[in-house]
Design a protein around this ligand. Structure first.
Ligand code: ADP
Length: 637
C-alpha cells in the first residue's frame, strides 16, 4: 500500500479475522475506533484515486474524476486541499480607482494582511469623518449664533439645514477610501476548497452587483459591489466542479481562460445591469481544478476544457465495489466511526449494528465477495439508524436501529415495488396454491436495489402462416430469444414443431419502467413447456435464471433482491441459478419465509415448478435424458 495506509488503532484478532464480519477488530463499539485526522486517510478504497490526488497535490496538477455519485470524489478533492501548502495563501483587496470608477484596482497581499489594511483604512475614514462632523457643527453653531444675534431665526435654521445636507451627501467620498476585501484567508488553516458544483456564472466567475442608484450621489461605489467567484476564492487551493457538463458552454470557455491565465477580471454577469459596466483589474485565480462526473458527463464536456485538464493533469476512474477482505471490513467499521464523529450527535454503533451495516455493504455490492463503495448512501443509513437510536435516548445505536433504518430508507424503486405488491393484493393477483397452465411467476429487478415479481403467461395457438412469437411491450426481443432457446430443447423430446405455432407471451403488468427482462428466460421456457404439454405450474413458486440452448440454467444479476420480492409476494419456493448461490444475502426476516432452490438445469426447474404426476414425471425424465450432460454427450458423440 501507500504511505497513508492506516488501520483503526485497535487490536486485531488475526486468527478469526477471516470469519469475523469486523475483520477481527477487537472492539465493543465504534467508540473504540480511532478516526484519522487527515481526510485523505479517511478515504476507504479508491487507492488509485487517492494516490493520484496525493501526487497531483505535490505537482499542482488538475484532476478529472469519473465515477458514480457518493464514492468520494468531493471528499478526495477536499482532502487534496489539506495537502497543499498553507504559506502561499493570499488576501485580495479591491480599491476604488479615482481615475476611472468603473475599473477598480486589485491588490494581493499575504493572508492576514488584508484585515490590517482594512482596519487602517477604516480608522483613517473614521478620523476623517470625525473631523468633518466637528467642522460641520462649528459652522452650524456659527450660523445659528449669527441668526440669533440678527433675530433671523427662520433663515438661520434653513441655512443650518442646508449645511447639514451638504455634509451628509458628500460623505461618500470617505467610504470610497476603504477597500473591499473579496478574498479573506486570514483565518484559513488549510488551502481553500471551493465546491462550485451547479454554480451559476456569477458564483463561479465573480460578479458586480447592480446598483439601483447609478447617479445622484447615492450610489454604492463600484469597488464595493464587486463579489468574488469560486475561482477567486479557491486561489492557491482546490476548485471542485462535479457534473462539469452542466456548466453552459460560455462559462466552460471562461473557466478555461481562467485556468490558462491564472487570473480573471471580475465583471457584472447580467448584461443589462449597471454591474456590467464595471470591470476590475485581473484577480488571481491560481487554483487546482478537480472536475468530476459520470462517463456521460465526460462526453458532453467542452472538448477544449477536457483536453486542457487532461493535458496538464490526471484522469482517474472511481471504483464501485471493492474486494471483501478482513482488512476492508475493518475499514468499513472505521467508516461507521467516521460518520458518527462527523455528524457529532449520533450515538456510536455496537458491534452487532456495525455487522449489520457491513452485511448491507455486501448486499449492495451485488457482486460476489465484494463490498459496495457507494458510501454516501451507506452514510445515509448510518445517520438514519443513529437518529432512530437517538430518538430513543439510547447510549448506542443497535442492530435493531439499523434494521429499522433500512426499512425506512427504501429507495424510490423499492417503495414503488412494495406499493405495486400492495396494489396487486387488492386485485387478488397474488400467489395461490393452485396450479395454472402456462403461467409462471418470474422475477425482475427494478432500479438498482429492488426486486419485483412479474408473472409470465404463455399461450400456444396454431399459426395462420409461419409461426410467430408475440410478446407484449419492450420485452419482445427477449421473449423471442427465450423461445428460440427452449425450442431447441423441445425439438428433442416433443413431436410438436414450434415453428408452426404462434406463441403468445404476456408479461402480466410489465408496464413498469426499468424492469430488466434478460434474466427471465427460464420463466418463459417453463411457461411455454407448461402450455405446450398442458401441465400446470405451481403458483407458489417463483423463479429467475437465464437459459442456454443446451438447457443449462445460467447465472443472473440481483438474485438477493429477487428472492426478497418473491418472499414479500408470498411465494413458498424460489428457484435461482445454482451459480448464483454465493450471491444470496437476504435478510433474516425473509429466510424463514421462502425456500431457496438452486438449479443448474431446466429439468430441475420443471421438476420443482410443474404439478400433476405422472405426466410431469415422464416429462422431466425425458428432459433429463436429453439435456445437460446427456445432451452434451450426444452432441459430442
Ligand atoms: P461524490 O463527490 O463522489 O459524489 P462525496 O465525496 O461527496 O461523493 O461522498 C459523500 C460522503 O460519503 C462523504 O462525505 C463521506 O462521508 C462518504 N464517503 C464517500 N466516499 C467515501 C470513501 N471512499 N471513503 C470514506 N467515506 C466516503
Amino acid at each position: 500500500g501507500s504511505a497513508v495506509e492506516v488501520d483503526p488503532g485497535v487490536e486485531v484478532d488475526e486468527e478469526n479475522a477471516e470469519q469475523d464480519l469486523l475483520g477481527g477488530l477487537k472492539v465493543e463499539s465504534t467508540a473504540d475506533i480511532e478516526v484519522p485526522d487527515r481526510l485523505v486517510d479517511q478515504v476507504i478504497g479508491q487507492d488509485e484515486a487517492r494516490d493520484i490526488i496525493i501526487k497531483a497535490a505535490k505537482q499542482r496538477r488538475h484532476v478529472m474524476m469519473i465515477g458514480s455519485p457518493g464514492t468520494g470524489k468531493s471528499m478526495l478533492a477536499k482532502a487534496m486541499s489539506q495537502l497543499l501548502p498553507q504559506e502561499d495563501l493570499q488576501d485580495v483587496l479591491v480599491y476604488h480607482n479615482p481615475d476611472d470608477g468603473n475599473e477598480p484596482k486589485v491588490r494581493t497581499v499575504p493572508a492576514g494582511k488584508g484585515e490590517q489594511i482594512i482596519d487602517a483604512h477604516k480608522e483613517e475614514a473614521r478620523k476623517r469623518n470625525q473631523m468633518r462632523s466637528i467642522l460641520m457643527w462649528i459652522i452650524i453653531a456659527i450660523i445659528i449664533g449669527y441668526a440669533i444675534l440678527t433675530a433671523n431665526i427662520l433663515l438661520g435654521i434653513l441655512a443650518a439645514g442646508i449645511v447639514w445636507l451638504i455634509f451628509r451627501y458628500t460623505s461618500r467620498g470617505t467610504d470610497a477610501m476603504v477597500p473591499n476585501m473579496v478574498v479573506d484567508n486570514g483565518d484559513q488553516r488549510t488551502a481553500p476548497f471551493e465546491d462550485a458544483t451547479g454554480a451559476h456564472a456569477g458564483a463561479l466567475l465573480g460578479d458586480v452587483r447592480h446598483d439601483p442608484f447609478q447617479s445622484g450621489g447615492m450610489e454604492t461605489p463600484s469597488h464595493d459591489r464587486v463579489e468574488p467567484g469560486a475561482i477567486h476564492k479557491s486561489n492557491k487551493g482546490v476548485l471542485f466542479v462535479d457534473e462539469i457538463n452542466t456548466l453552459d458552454v460560455r462559462t466552460q470557455q471562461k473557466l478555461m481562460t481562467a485556468i490558462q491565465e491564472g487570473e480573471f477580471s471580475i465583471t457584472g454577469q447580467s448584461e443589462r445591469s449597471s454591474g456590467a459596466m464595471v470591470q476590475t483589474e485581473p484577480v488571481p485565480c491560481d487554483f487546482i481544478m478537480i472536475a468530476a462526473g459520470n462517463l456521460d458527463a465526460m462526453e458532453n464536456m467542452h472538448p477544449a476544457l477536457r483536453s486542457r485538464i487532461k493535458g496538464y493533469g490526471y484522469e482517474v476512474y472511481m471504483e464501485d465495489t471493492i474486494e471483501d477482505t478482513p482488512e476492508m471490513r475493518r475499514k468499513y467499521a472505521r467508516f461507521v466511526a467516521q460518520e458518527v464523529e462527523r455528524d457529532g450527535r449520533l450515538p456510536h454503533f455496537t458491534r452487532d449494528a456495525v455487522e449489520e451495516l457491513i452485511l448491507e455493504a455486501k448486499r449492495r455490492a451485488g457482486r460476489k465477495e465484494h463490498l459496495t463503495l457507494h458510501f454516501r448512501n451507506l452514510g445515509g443509513l448510518v445517520r438514519v439508524a443513529g437518529d432512530i437510536a437517538r430518538a430513543d435516548d439510547k447510549e448506542f445505536t443497535e442492530r435493531e436501529d439499523v434494521l429499522q433504518a433500512k426499512r425506512r430508507s427504501r429507495s424510490i424503486e423499492q417503495q414503488l415495488a412494495d406499493d405495486y405488491i400492495e396494489r396487486r393484493k387488492d386485485y387478488e393477483l397474488q400467489v395461490t396454491e393452485a396450479g395454472i397452465e402456462g403461467r409462471v411467476n418470474g422475477l425482475a429487478v427494478m432500479g438498482e436495489d429492488s426486486g419485483i415479481m412479474l408473472p409470465v403467461m404463455a399461450e400456444i395457438a396454431p399459426a395462420q402462416g409461419g409461426g410467430q412469437v408475440i410478446a407484449t411491450g419492450k420485452l419482445q426481443e427477449m421473449a423471442e430469444e427465450s423461445v428460440q432457446n427452449v425450442s431447441a430443447i423441445i425439438k428433442k423430446f416433443s413431436d410438436v414443431d414450434l415453428s408452426e405455432k404462434d406463441i403468445h407471451i404476456q408479461f402480466v403488468q410489465a408496464g413498469q419502467q426499468g424492469v430488466d427482462g434478460d434474466s427471465a428466460s427460464i420463466t418463459v421456457a417453463t411457461a411455454v413447456i407448461s402450455a405446450l404439454e398442458d401441465i400446470p405450474v405451481d403458483q407458489s413458486v417463483a423463479m429467475t435464471g437465464s437459459l442456454s440452448v443446451r438447457g443449462d440454467v445460467l447465472p443472473v444479476g440481483g438474485v438477493t433482491h429477487k428472492i426478497e420480492a418473491a418472499a414479500k409476494a408470498g411465494c413458498d419456493k424460489v428457484i435461482i441459478p445454482a451459480a448464483n448461490e454465493q450471491d444470496v444475502m437476504i435478510e433474516e426476516e425473509y429466510e424463514e419465509m421462502v425456500e431457496i432452490i438452486p438449479c443448474s438445469n431446466i429439468s430441475e426447474v420443471l421438476d420443482v415448478a410443474l404439478m400433476g404426476e405422472p405426466k410431469k414425471d415422464s416429462l422431466v425424465d425425458r428432459l433429463k435424458s436429453i439435456t445437460g450432460s446427456a445432451f452434451d454427450g450426444s452432441a459430442v458423440g
